[in-house]
Design a protein around this ligand. Structure first.
Ligand SMILES: [Zn+2]
Length: 325
């Protein structure tokens, strides 16, 4: 199992000028690609966290939180959505029983039944340690975080139940995977024939209307050039809408990279075998790449990951290359 070293992780806010733009007592733990950021809120002797990274980074997440905690106890986790790279630390962090977990209301039934099909963990062949929840959040709710009211907003597109959090006084927006500095999360619903592009556009429009002065994305560093980021996101969305195959290819790359993050390296044959059980990959093959064999589709994906610098090929051995390493 490959886990990023502690040096590969940056506590993005603490040393940067962007720290000043954050409300006091808010910390952003920024990590490498595909393990989500965690946003920490100091609340007296307590600490709340928004999102907890991927399961294979659980120990690292706990250590990072300890570094910020300075004796405070983590007592609450809020999840923007339930993709495995945002909730993977939940079970570990809540193990002692003194941590409450709040999730989007739309995903409550699936979590209660731990329906890995509906949660997408089986379809993507990803792992996630089971966790429960203590409360649900909906668009329109107001949540006290770090002693300030944060509004809950819908952020569908990448995930139909995804939520964003907005602090209106300093105009700080936690966008999860609805807006990154360069793009947004893959539009998973479209793969299965469900609408997602329309919702994604609505989320971008909504972000535009909120006029945030600082965005804390689910992946990558916080940023203040919101207008430019929105423009890139609209362009990317238009490109995906005009070529859904591009969205499918992107989803494939995300799935393979996730797996690589877990295993570190593996022969291509093992990769193909692993994804023979992933419904998403089967659907993508049938709908978008019927002209290729299943093996060819993954060989092509591996080459594309190498081309973008996210992996390297040594003969038939595919090797993870972690960003920020
Ligand atoms: Zn996601």
């Amino acid at each position: 199992m490959q886990v990023q070293s502690a040096s590969a992780v940056t506590l993005a806010k603490t040393a940067s000028a962007l720290q000043a733009a954050l409300p006091p007592g808010v910390h952003v733990l920024e990590r490498g690609w595909l393990s989500s950021n965690s946003v920490l809120f100091e609340e007296g002797e307590r600490l709340s966290a928004v999102d907890t990274g991927y399961v294979s980074h659980g120990r690292q997440t706990a250590a990072l939180i300890d570094r910020v905690a300075c004796g405070r106890r983590l007592t609450r986790i809020i999840n923007t959505h339930l993709h495995s790279d945002h909730v993977g630390g939940n079970a570990r962090l809540a193990r002692g029983g003194a941590v409450s977990i709040w999730i989007p209301a739309g995903a409550a039934d699936a979590v209660r039944a731990w329906d890995v099909e509906r949660l997408g963990y089986r379809a993507t062949a990803q792992r996630c340690a089971r966790f429960g929840f203590d409360g649900v959040l909906r668009a329109g709710d107001v949540l006290e975080l770090g002693g300030r009211p944060w509004q809950v907003h819908a952020g569908a597109g990448h995930d139909p139940h995804m939520l964003m959090l907005f602090e209106p006084q300093q105009r700080v927006l936690i966008t999860a995977d609805a807006l990154w500095e360069d793009g947004f999360g893959a539009i998973f619903p479209e793969i299965a024939g469900e609408p997602g592009f329309v919702e994604q556009r609505r989320s971008l429009d909504w972000i535009n209307r909120l006029e945030p002065s600082l965005v804390i994305p689910g992946h990558g560093a916080p940023f203040i050039e919101i207008g430019a980021a929105l423009q890139r996101a609209y362009q990317r969305l238009a490109a995906l809408e005009s070529s859904p195959q591009r969205n499918a290819r992107h989803v494939l790359k995300v799935l393979v990279k996730f797996w690589l993050l877990q295993v570190g390296q593996a022969p291509i044959g093992r990769l193909i075998e692993h994804f023979s059980r992933a419904r998403y990959a089967r659907v993508i093959h049938q709908r978008y790449f019927p002209g290729l064999t299943y093996d060819q589709m993954f060989e092509q994906t591996a080459r594309q990951l190498c081309h973008s610098g996210a992996a390297a090929l040594d003969g038939s051995l595919l090797i993870d290359v972690s960003r920020n390493a």
